[in-house]
Design a binder for this molecule. Sequence first.
Ligand code: ADP
Ligand code: MG
Length: 242
Amino acid sequence: MTITPEPGRNAVVTLTGVTKEYPGGVAALRGVDLAIAERELLAIVGPSGSGKSTLLHIVGTLDKPTAGTVTLAGHDVGTLTDRRLSALRAQHVGFVFQAFHLVPGASALANVAEGLRYSGLTRAERHRRAAEALGRVGLADRMKHRPHELSGGQKQRVAIARAVAGEPDVLLADEPTGALDSASGEAVMELLHELNADGATIAVITHDMELAQSLPRQVRIRDGRVVDDKLRGCPAAAGGAR
Ligand code: ADP
Ligand code: MG
């Protein structure tokens, strides 16, 4: 079962037969086939422990599968050295985590600019792009604030600005609203919709069915397997129809 993207859309990331076993014999993923096409906004949904974060780490090349292949931006990840893989990841993937992972004591601008450290850009250009990204997430007036001076929703906006400042091919968000109150969570989801409307490819990991159903595509995972893949409410991808 290989899922192919709609005609005219290129796959940004493709997983084929991906299995991940952790030491001690836990099989977190068992034969996952998944393709994420450019400009998609999809939810990866499943109960706690089903393998969502493991999948995100493998899609984002933070971790390698035990078996199967991962292709990112046309590169077979398994054939690359760690150094080339880091460069590929820095260029093509942006991450957002539930716990924000901002540097305490550093301004919003410095936090976002830090995300561009390995971009090869000059410091001035990194700061220019960081300011632009903060503008995109609605924080133009909070550039100098440090994380402890920002609300949870604002911190997650800074993290999203950091993730998109380098214009990655895919943005991977692991429970991005999990630490937020519902109003801030909704605002963060609205922002992800806006970024997607502007052309960003985004995968949102969540255990929240309602949130998943608000997105154009839902990939359901259970016990390390994709058990359902629906596009705009239609039974979809899993037969190769996409
Ligand atoms: P989810 O994000 O859906 O809650 P995870 O991908 O974090 O699920 O975990 C899937 C399974 O793999 C769980 O059984 C978890 O305990 C196990 N697991 C996750 N990370 C590790 C690890 N580093 N070492 C061993 N087992 C792990
Ligand atoms: Mg998780």
